[in-house]
Design a protein around this ligand. Structure first.
Ligand SMILES: [Zn+2]
Length: 139
């Protein structure tokens, strides 16, 4: 957790905008098959406690139910992938690329690397996990 100043972000066309006024978690990169499909590559996401996340424009926002427990938020106007959240409201991830400008964040984990595609290598020295490590489940 780091950074307390207000950060902004949104989709490509501007039909979804948000502000974050709390700490942002470092980036977790997810290489699972669902994240490959929704992002076109892999998913790099941060998160903040929900009281610090504020949608300021949600005209384009749609939620796709991607599993029994999770759904993925995207802009129905421009197609940008934006969020991943638990249906029970316990957690929401925010795609790092949707933040405006520099993030000040670092990548802390690569997860579901056993499912990654064959056209790239992960060679940044950051810890890799074949699934979702237990120690992340509180985040
Ligand atoms: Zn949009």
């Amino acid at each position: 957790m780091q950074r307390e100043q207000v950060k902004t972000g949104g989709c490509l066309c501007g039909a979804v905008r948000y502000e974050i006024d709390g700490p942002l978690r470092d980036i977790i990169s997810c290489h699972c098959g669902q994240c490959q499909k929704t992002s076109g590559h892999y998913f790099a996401a941060t998160a903040t406690p929900k009281e610090h996340f504020h949608l300021t424009k949600d005209e384009g926002l749609k939620w796709y139910s991607s599993s029994g427990y999770a759904e993925r938020g995207f802009c129905s106007e421009c197609g940008s992938s934006l969020f991943w959240r638990m249906k029970d409201g316990s957690h929401q991830s925010i795609l790092a690329g949707s933040l405006d400008g520099d993030t000040g964040l670092k990548t802390s984990h690569h997860i579901f690397v056993a499912d990654k595609k064959d056209y790239y290598d992960i060679a940044d020295g950051i810890p890799q996990y074949d699934t979702y490590p237990e120690d992340l489940k509180s985040g």
